[in-house]
Design a protein around this ligand. Structure first.
Ligand code: DP6
Length: 396
């Protein structure tokens, strides 16, 4: 058995991807841009293995065997094998270890886990697919751009293949070869930047992003206008803001773009609503906080669910957390910490901020917990001791 184990990060978009021009190849109607989050707090870990003993392709996700029949897995596996075959024909990839000829004729076993609860409602498909594609590419000794393959698993997954800030250029070609991810700056570019994920309690089932964006593309004129006229300009502006570490511009565009995604969802027919009352209260508080400070100190962004993701600088973290904890008091937990991740001093809310907010604290539990993290690296290869499969190719 030949195996590779890797980890890959979650990413949170500041210019959102919403809408496909080709459903099968997962080609977007607009470019997008995200920050890659540190894998200390959030990552997927995947082992992929090939062996002459395996009788079929199999996969285990978070301890449960899952079918690989889903076309997205099939597309990823087919594309990986096609690229490996091309290398083999070119006489490459035979240097060491299992030969490509063997690997190509054998079946694959995949075992993947997340280091965060999937129930948190955090987008795990980006980390999962990017980890799968990165690991398979290592196993099959594939070189060159692999974001095109990850994109076919889940669009946003292509952005998780790099650390720092990453753009996904929509491309123009019908075959998708120019719809690829590219690193804008590394994780060391803006070391003061922090991210707080406010995990919002929510019982309701939402329409998934793929289905949601499908209806939006068909029915929302606002979405079409956004993709054609607004995103191209915003991409340029936010790239410059990131390069210059211009937090004011970065934060404003981030909030505007999140709001426009959710406006396009409401413009979809029938409408799609991902934000709940707590999400809206968080938005309101962020604006109040910024007004109180006299400049933008914190930005929110929301994906296809009610969780808020706040971007801010390190010096603001304690103050913002004090406000969040005042307005959304933590619920008693049995042993689990309410604020997870990077350590921070816990302060009470500033008196004049409290007065200026005029916000009656909600009853405890509106927020499940908070993750404090920063921008991080792209996927990593782990030593073989980290392998998730035993010598028979079954989960350990
Ligand atoms: C709101 O990448 O999950 O998070 O390509 O259909 O798998 P598929 O969709 P997915 O969509 C992510 C949408 C988003 C915005 C973003 O991450 O850019």
């Amino acid at each position: 058995m030949d195996a590779v184990t890797c980890t890959a990060p979650v990413n949170i978009a500041v210019i959102k991807y919403w809408g496909k021009r080709d459903e099968a190849l997962i080609l977007p109607i607009n470019s997008s841009l995200s920050a890659t989050l540190s894998q200390e707090q959030l990552c997927a870990k995947t082992t992929v293995a090939v062996s002459g003993q395996f009788t079929r392709d199999r996969m285990w996700l978070n301890g449960k065997e899952e079918s690989l029949e889903n076309p997205r897995y099939q597309n990823v596996l087919r594309e990986i094998r096609r690229r490996a075959r091309k290398r083999k024909i070119a006489g490459e990839g035979e240097e060491k270890g299992t030969s490509l000829s063997d690997a190509l004729s054998w079946h694959v076993h995949i075992c993947s886990v997340n280091n965060f609860p999937t129930a948190a409602g955090l987008a795990s498909s980006a980390a999962g697919f990017s980890c799968l594609v990165y690991s398979l590419a290592k196993l099959f000794k594939i070189e060159g751009d692999i974001s095109e393959i990850a994109r076919q698993g889940s669009g946003s997954a292509c952005r998780s293949l790099y650390g720092g800030f990453v753009s996904w250029n929509m491309g123009e070609k019908d075959d998708g070869t120019d719809s690829v991810a590219e690193q804008l700056v590394t994780e060391n570019h803006w070391p003061e930047l922090r991210i707080l994920i406010l995990v919002v309690s929510d019982q309701k089932k939402h329409i998934g992003s793929s289905a949601g964006m499908g209806v939006s593309v068909k029915t929302s004129e606002l979405l079409r206008y956004r993709a054609e006229h607004i995103v191209p300009r915003r991409m340029k502006e936010i790239e410059t803001a990131i390069q210059n570490k211009d937090f004011q511009t970065f934060a404003k565009i981030t909030m505007q773009d999140s709001n426009q995604l959710h406006a396009s969802c409401l413009d979809t027919y029938p409408p799609i609503i991902y934000l709940n009352d707590t999400s809206k209260q968080i938005m309101h508080l962020v604006h109040k906080y910024n007004d109180f400070c006299g400049q933008i100190k914190v930005a929110y962004t929301f994906d296809a669910g009610p969780n808020a993701c706040l971007y801010l600088l390190e010096e603001e973290v304690a103050g913002v957390l004090a406000m969040v904890n005042h307005c959304f008091p933590p619920i008693e937990q049995n042993g689990d910490q309410h604020i997870r991740g990077l350590q921070v001093e816990e302060l009470p809310i500033q008196k004049d901020l409290k007065e200026s907010l005029g916000f009656t604290p909600l009853s405890p539990g509106a927020l499940k917990y908070i993750i404090h993290t920063k921008v991080g690296t792209g996927p990593q290869v782990l030593p073989s001791t980290e392998c998730l499969l035993n010598e028979n190719g079954l989960p350990k």
